[in-house]
Design a protein around this ligand. Sequence first.
Ligand code: GLA
Length: 392
Amino acid sequence: MERTVIDIPSAESTADDFEDRYGRRPDGVWSAPGRVNLIGEHTDYNDGLVFPFAIERRTWAAVGHREDRLLTVHSGAMPEPAQASLDALSPDGFDGWSAYVFGVVWAMEQRGVSLEGRTGFDLMLASDVPLGAGLSSSAAIECAVAIALNDEWELGLTRRELIYICQLAENGAVGAPTGNMDQTASLMGEPGHGVLIDVRAETADPVPLHFADEELELLVIDTRVHHEHATGGYGARRKSCEDGAAAMGVDSLRDLGEADLPRALETLDDETYRRVKHVITENARVARTAEVVQQDGPRAIGDLLVQSHASMRDDFEISCPELDLAVETALTQGAVGARMTGGGFGGAAIALVDAGRAEEVGAAVEAAFAESGFTAPIVFVVNPAAGAHRDL
Ligand code: GLA
């Protein structure tokens, strides 16, 4: 569907770019994917359940060691290279996008990795994860850098520890108060599988999705409405959840279930109640989706996706007219299910459609956007793909 991608990067092209820039071959190339969240929105920072999958869109990191203590990063997408020193790593000194890279090194140190006696590295980044589309382009950078350094520095950190390091980079260096769904999906994804995450239990289990077996395709509709999680609505929603939990006398909303809704209605103001209701019901929908997809297959999860969207639109209030129109149009076109995905306030919607109908559904969404005077969306198919790994 997408007609605009030229020069799609790869592990090899990233290694070549590294050589052009630094005049030597890299020690290796590692990559990590973006993700789509199938269901479970704003549940991760409430200790809840989430069900994302890694997609083929990836970020590649070609890395070569240096003899001194400097860290250098180039990226084709950014005009200026960035540099930092292992002797003076502080989030205050990270400039813009380089926080995603240097923030990981900083977070490693925060979580107990000694940087003493280590040497720095040169790094070349390349990515085909669209920026700002709600597909976790930032987690893809963090996770690619984290697994690369884990190997280069022979740290022996587990994937679970890398999840927390990458989340800390996002929270403490980038400044976005997110949960860890994105990093978990990027590090734990498997081809053909969703990752069923229980944040409180610290588990991330692969669950087969069977999209292709059931002749389904998953369409991403990038509305191109920009979202920014470091500011604004995301943090406000997180605060409402914390306030709601406190007023209900629990540590986190994970401690509440649907049986608690009547008490929540009595206890909370209308807005907080609706925020809390979204999280409680969304956790239940995630658990149900994971059961249903295994018992009855992916065609049976459509209603759960639609209910999730309604909950985000009406109760959590993180949708926008473009996302609602994308979802409605896909459903009118016969999609099995559709919902906005990711943090909200823009970004992307997903639609589960019959294989072979992606083009048609995409065209209908484009036409509906044109009619409403919205910026043309970008529509493409994604498949559940492998998590972060070493490529070369
Ligand atoms: C963003 C955050 C995630 C998660 C989602 C909402 O993607 O990075 O941690 O909270 O929003 O589900």
